[in-house]
Structure formats: C-alpha cells, structure tokens
Unconditional design. Structure first.
Ligand code: FVH
Length: 296
C-alpha cells in the first residue's frame, strides 16, 4: 500500500495522460477517467484504476485534477457529478481565462469543494521533470493541503488567493512564448531569403542573441514597477530609463526592418504598424522612445 495521497485525474488527452503518469511515477494511487476510455489503457497497465464515470473518479480520491479541452467541457463533465464534489478538492489544469477561473471557483464552492486553478508551464513530455513548473492560485490553505502531491507534476508555484492570477500569468507567459516564436519564424524567413542562408546556421546566432537580450528584462521590469509605484493607474508598459533611446534612431531602425522584410518577400504587418505608431509619435513632437505603444 502506498503512503502517498490518492489522486484522480479527469481528462486523459496528451496533457492529462502526462499528469496521471507523473502521479503514478511518484507513487500516488491514481484513478483516471476520460470520455474515450481507451486513452486510459496504458495508465491502467502501469497501475492506475479506470473509473467508469467522472463521478466515480471524483469519489475515489480526496483530490481530483481536471485537464480537458476548455472550461465549458469541464462544466459539462463535472455538472452531472456535482454531488461527488462535496468535501473534496478540485484542481483545474484546463487552460482558460482569469474570469473563467473565478467563475469556476464560485461554482466549486457552491458544490462544497475546495478549488485551485492552475497553469501548466510544461509540455506533456516535460511534466514531472526538473524544468517543469505549475502555477496555482486560490485559497492558500487548499494549496498547502495538496502541495506535496502537486509537486509530482513539476515545481508548484503559488501566486495568490485570487483564482484568476494563475491563468493570467499562464496566458501572459504563453503570450510571450507565442510572440517569441513568431519573431523566430519571421527572422528565419528573412535570413533564409539569402541564397547562402540556412535556418540552422542562423539559429546558432539567434539563440545567443536572444539569450543575452533576456538579461535586460529585469531592468525594464524595474522601470515598469517604478512607473506603477508613481501612478498605479498610469501606463505600465516600458517607459523608463532602461529602454530610453532617441525616437529618431528607433524609427530609422524600424523602417529598415520593415523595408528589409518587404525586400525579402516576408510578411511585414507587425513592422508596418510599428512604423506607423512611431511616425505618429514623431509627428506629435515626441523625441524619446519609451517602449512599444502596441501594449496599451
Ligand atoms: N498539450 C500541451 O502542451 C498543453 C500544455 C499547457 C496546458 N495545455 C492545456 O491542457 C488542456 C488539455 O490539453 P491536451 O493537450 O491534453 O488536449 P487534448 O489531447 O486535445 O485532450 C483534450 C481532452 O479533452 C477531452 N474532451 C474534449 N471535448 C470533450 C467533451 N465534449 N466531453 C468530454 N471530454 C472532452 C478529450 O477527451 P477525448 O476526446 O479523449 O474523449 C481529452 O481528454 C487544454 O486546456 C490545454 O490548453 C496543454
């Protein structure tokens, strides 16, 4: 018999299977349920118990993790089993917005369940490995009660009592990743427009360049925080000494990026908008660049 806390997992898509696999690997008695029951086969072969319904999964453990397509699916799956939530804990790891998380917390409280919302900063292959971390928010006592179990999925980072803060930070981190990859593909398209360019050769330059640029972020962040301290309702994006440059220099450089993209036959809408904004600022008599206006 395991000394580890029993856990149920509802939703065995790519991510749910990885979550259940990490719990099994850490020695937790694990009960699983999925609409398409065959997705549990491999987990059952590794020792998981297959529940016949979502209700049976909820009843099997004091803690259930749910990881489905979206919050509407969560509700559609959990609502018919709502009676089984009373006195149990639900950790939602389905991706959604802060308001959806707050609404789900209210719904769970109405059902008599403790609720935490989570944002998984991992892909299925890295769940339970040292680089993985998961953001959580909701009542701190619920986090404290299940922290040890949650650590099996990746480092458990508690962000605060508002259930919406974990999804907010999750989506902010995913937004940064999406924009970074959009930048990656844009820059690779430019570099490979040259007859001697290769994506691999270019990436050998790009990775150290971007890595060195991430080192500047804490200084930008300090400027943003100083702005927020001075005016909590004011603009919080970028303005400050760490980023300050002459607007004319930034405009000329951005026009070059736009022209070079066009010359290379690469889509340039982002730089068209950026140049238009900078030209507007210059026309208004602004002389100092204090950050991208696209943010707010
Ligand atoms: N995969 C990833 O890298 C990311 C990492 C960050 C977090 N996301 C979020 O995790 C949620 C699930 O994502 P997933 O990758 O597991 O997605 P799928 O493999 O497509 O599995 C979807 C599960 O949802 C079930 N499902 C869909 N519709 C229904 C429904 N109407 N009724 C009941 N269940 C439904 C589906 O069941 P089935 O199709 O296997 O029967 C899967 O269990 C998601 O929020 C990501 O954003 C993953």
């Amino acid at each position: 018999m395991s000394s580890k806390a029993p856990v149920s997992v509802i939703g065995l898509g790519d991510m749910g299977r990885a979550l259940a696999g990490a719990l099994l690997a850490a020695g937790h008695p694990t009960t699983v349920w999925n609409r398409s029951a065959d997705k549990a086969d491999e987990l059952v072969a590794r020792g998981a118990v297959r529940a016949a319904s979502a209700e049976e999964a909820l009843l099997a453990s004091p803690l259930t993790l749910v990881c489905l397509l979206d919050y509407d699916t969560n509700r559609a799956v959990l609502e018919p089993a709502v009676g089984a939530l009373r006195g149990r804990a639900l950790v939602n790891l389905t991706n959604g917005t802060p308001d959806e998380a707050r609404e789900a917390e209210k719904w769970a409280a109405g059902a008599g369940a403790d609720y935490l919302d989570g944002g998984i900063m991992a892909i299925p292959a890295t769940v339970g490995t040292p680089g993985a971390f998961v953001l959580y928010s909701g009542a701190e006592r619920h986090f404290a009660a299940h922290r040890e179990t949650l650590e099996a999925l990746g480092a458990a980072k508690y962000l605060g009592a508002d259930a919406g803060i974990a999804p907010l930070y999750d989506l902010a981190l995913l937004s940064a990743m999406d924009m970074m990859f959009a930048g990656f593909f844009h820059s690779v398209a430019m570099a490979t427009s040259h007859e001697e360019g290769s994506a691999g050769g270019f990436t050998e330059l790009l990775v150290p360049w971007l890595t060195s640029m991430t080192q500047v972020m804490p200084a930008f962040a300090a400027d943003v925080d100083a702005d927020l301290d001075a005016d909590p309702n004011g603009p919080a994006a970028g303005a400050g000494p760490a980023l300050a440059q002459g607007l004319d220099v930034v405009l000329a450089g951005t026009q070059n990026m736009l022209r070079a993209a066009r010359d290379a036959g690469v889509r340039a809408d982002f730089f068209e908008r950026a140049v238009a904004e900078l030209e507007e600022r210059a026309a208004d008599g602004v002389t100092e660049y204090t950050g991208p206006e696209t943010v707010r």
